[in-house]
Design a protein around this ligand. Structure first.
Ligand code: EPZ
Length: 428
């Protein structure tokens, strides 16, 4: 296992290109199961999660070829195996997005029910409810969900749960409904840009989807989809993380390949904190920050609200604000594993239910801390960038799941992060 050793206090400056979106690429890759012929996805980030899904798809009979330039080609060669095993689903929960495509195209799917997750309870009841509404039979056998349907039938499906809609649930139902008989309507659909990207890809393949990007998506079933070439949207969470990295180091950074229209809630909070974010004439985004950071209140919400995937990173920034901030998590009320670790670095954070009160401090102090989920790890790296002295973030495999060589990209902006095998960390 590797760790990051970060020497804090370096101001970030320069330009960075944002990678393709992990959370858009994963369902796009799964959608290849639905198609005849070859799909080429351009701008896919090189991440552990992408490799894990490639491995699963290969087991499911899809030939997956990664080229050096970030393109992936996918082509179904064998439709026999429909089983996503526990070993794979356990490693990556997003594997559940093969469920809808397998069922729609092959008439059956056997997918291990995902177990516990370190960001809190994450059921898939809405996915199953939606597939059942399309006519599938659903059975739980030995920890695996067995789904069957000769041919799915269009239906009206409500996908709202206690925390709003479901992103991968919407993706699953939308993919399945593409090959159903008749018309389906998803009410309370997720509006996230990753769902829109998937719908755009499916439409290019021959699907008939309208309303994507709104809470009501209509899908007219078709008999066949053909693989096409598609460029994955930029990763709004990576972009948001870099915006915070610039802000926390009092830096001045330009982001290219960044969709600011996907980040309006984030920009709104950053501006309230006193961070300058603006679009440049060449379409890039420039971010710089004032020395004084204002405290704010913020709440995570489904898109277009503030994304839960940037809550931890914003908390790292607000640790240094001039006063008390309040952060409320409305998607995953237990997604706070970073709180105790940030407190080890001198932050003053108090958790009360799904809310954290952040008492601003003058300085964070480097310490050994442990990554335990992807975005929490990113927050610890951000805190390390500004902390006094040395911060060692262990278990960085969490961060490698979702950020493409983050240390090299931050170092190119002036950070000082070394990746080392954990056993050498103490000798640095
Ligand atoms: C996606 O997960 C993302 N993952 C997550 O990003 C992100 O945090 C999440 O959406 C919310 O934005 C991918 O896209 C691969 P949900 P997903 O179903 O789709 C509840 C990251 O760090 N719910 O939209 O699995 C659920 O418990 C990851 O990159 C049900 O109740 O999330 C949660 O409270 C982590 N029943 C809320 O809905 C269900 O059947 C939203 O979850 C499904 C979800």
């Amino acid at each position: 296992m590797d760790c990051f050793v970060i020497s804090g206090g370096k101001r970030l400056k320069g330009t960075v290109a944002i990678s393709g979106s992990k959370n858009a690429a994963l369902p796009l890759m799964a959608a290849s199961i639905l198609t005849e012929g070859e799909t080429v996805l351009k701008g896919v980030p090189d991440l552990t999660d992408i490799r894990s899904l490639s491995y699963l798809l290969e087991k499911l009979g899809v030939r997956v070829f990664h080229s050096d330039n970030g393109n992936i080609s996918l082509k179904v060669e064998d439709e026999m195996n429909c089983h996503a095993e526990y070993e794979l689903v356990r490693q990556m929960r997003a594997s559940v997005c093969v469920m809808g495509p397998l069922l729609a195209k092959r008439g059956r799917a056997q997918v291990s029910l995902p177990g516990g997750c370190n960001i809190g309870y994450r059921p898939i009841n809405l996915h199953l409810q939606g597939l059942e509404a399309l006519g599938a039979t659903v059975e739980l056998v030995g920890g695996d969900i067995h789904l069957k349907a000769k041919r799915l039938k269009g239906a009206e499906i409500f996908l709202g749960g206690p925390f709003g809609s479901t992103v991968l649930g919407t993706a699953n139902i939308m993919m399945a409904a593409c090959l159903a008989d008749g018309t389906s309507v998803i009410e309370c659909a997720a509006c996230e840009p990753e769902v829109v990207d998937l719908a755009n890809y499916l439409n290019a393949c021959g699907a008939r989807i309208t309303g994507h990007g709104t809470p009501r998506i209509t899908i007219e079933g078709v008999s066949e989809l053909k693989g096409v070439e598609h460029t994955v949207i930029p990763d709004r969470i990576e972009a948001g993380t870099i915006l915070v990295a610039a802000a926390i180091t009092n830096g001045d950074v330009r982001l290219s390949n960044c969709r600011l229209d996907h980040l309006l809630a984030v920009v709104d909070r950053l501006k309230a904190i006193g961070v300058h974010v603006e679009r440049t004439t060449d379409g890039s985004v420039q971010v710089s920050s004032a020395r004084r950071l204002e405290p704010v209140e913020m709440t995570t919400q489904p898109y277009p609200g503030f994304p839960t995937d940037l809550q931890a990173q914003m908390m790292a920034l607000l640790c240094l604000a001039d006063g008390n901030s309040i952060i409320t998590e409305k998607i995953y009320p237990d997604r706070f594993v970073h709180v105790a670790e940030l407190n080890r670095m001198g932050a003053i954070l108090r958790k009360e239910g799904p809310t954290v009160i952040v008492e601003g401090v003058k300085q964070l102090i480097g310490a050994p801390v442990m990554a335990s989920d992807l975005r929490a790890s990113a927050a610890l790296v951000l805190a390390g960038l500004v902390a006094k002295g040395k911060t060692t973030v262990s278990r960085v495999y969490h961060i490698d799941r979702g950020y493409d060589r983050i240390e090299l990209r931050l170092n190119a902006l002036g950070a000082d992060i070394k990746r080392l095998p954990e056993k050498y960390a103490d000798h640095q």
